[in-house]
Design a protein around this ligand. Structure first.
Ligand code: ZN
Ligand code: ZN
Length: 330
């Protein structure tokens, strides 16, 4: 099979690899679709670590075509989405029910071979059945949506809340959708790109503004989904007393932004990070089964496997979410 292999910062290649064989407790997947994530771009640029020689791609799903010994509850032919994040089960965060904070966290597509290949092997507990009606591209949206779900729940958006969302990338737009679904009454989106502001309005934002202009009003919750350290400052200024700022966007490592402790204290502001997707994958599947088709059509931009290296080198800004379709149906 041809697979997209990481060879170090700035280097990826489509290489011939043998079809993987599932070991004990593992399933073989015929990959259906795999999305390109901001993390893949950061890996390519050397800003996030990955194992040299690994097959990239962590937002994927497909059909079970084989299994090793000791797999129960999954049948051949079943269509599944993959939770790529692997926790050790024995460290303290794992034992306390926070596997996403595992001290030896690993992931398919980062530390182990992932979904930018027509075949992949994953541990059985990592797969989640998806319905036959789910559109092909939507299977690649399960992982990003599961992360957005976790973030939104940590932010604690309540019905009637006013919400400021900074950054209208694919993750920001998923957060917008979920904030609406949770009953937020007033949602303002800030993004410097006019095209993204237009999309945000189209997807239910009450107002979309340029972040250069201070957003009007006070917000119960500010969702930082741009990854810009300066946006954290804007979020802290915009949030109402007693409000929450969610740090969801991935900022550059080592970058910082000054925070005034007095302001956090006096206005009782909660500063909350959000990392990956603990226990949200099954619900992300259910949501996508409901919303899948229009959402996939809107977000997913089909990309050929051969175009992947060039895409990672120079991703066009008009593409919201690139998804490689390894199979079209069946
Ligand atoms: Zn991702
Ligand atoms: Zn652990």
């Amino acid at each position: 099979m041809k697979a997209l292999v990481y060879r170090g910062p700035g280097q990826v290649s489509l290489e011939e690899r043998p079809r993987p064989v599932p070991g004990a407790g593992e399933v073989l997947l015929e990959v259906e679709a795999c999305g390109v994530c901001g993390t893949d771009l950061r890996i390519f640029r050397g800003e996030a670590p990955a194992a040299t020689g690994v097959i990239l791609g962590h937002e994927f799903g497909g059909r079970v075509r084989g299994m090793g010994p000791g797999v129960a509850g999954i049948r051949p032919g079943q269509r599944v989405a993959v939770n790529p994040n692997l926790s050790c089960g024995t460290c303290r965060p794992c034992r306390e029910g926070r596997p996403h904070l595992c001290r030896s966290l690993a992931a398919y597509g980062v530390d182990r071979d992932g979904g930018f290949a027509p075949w992949a092997v994953v541990a059985a507990p990592q797969v989640y059945p998806v319905g036959e009606d789910l559109p092909v591209g939507a299977v690649a949206l399960v992982e990003p949506l599961s992360c957005a779900l976790h973030g939104l729940e940590l932010a604690g958006v309540r019905p009637g809340d006013s919400v400021l969302l900074l950054g209208a990338g694919p993750m920001g737009l998923l957060l917008l959708l979920l904030a609406r679904a949770r009953g937020a009454a007033w949602i303002v989106v800030a993004d410097p790109r006019e095209e993204r502001r237009r999309l945000a309005r189209q997807r239910g934002a009450d107002l979309a503004v340029d972040p250069e202009a201070e957003p009007p009003g006070e917000f119960d919750v500010a969702l930082e989904a741009s990854g810009s350290p300066a946006a954290l400052g804007a979020a802290l200024r915009a949030v109402a007393p007693g409000g929450t700022v969610l740090v969801f966007g991935v900022g550059p490592r080592g970058a910082s932004w000054a925070v005034e402790p007095y302001e956090l204290y006096r206005r009782e502001i909660r500063l909350q990070g959000a990392f990956t997707n603990p226990f949200t994958t099954a619900r992300a599947v259910k949501l996508l089964e409901q919303l899948g088709s229009p959402l996939a059509d809107f977000l997913a931009h089909p990309l050929g496997a051969a175009e992947l290296p060039e895409f990672l080198r120079d991703p066009p800004s008009r593409v919201l979410k690139a998804v490689v379709y390894w199979r079209t149906a069946g």
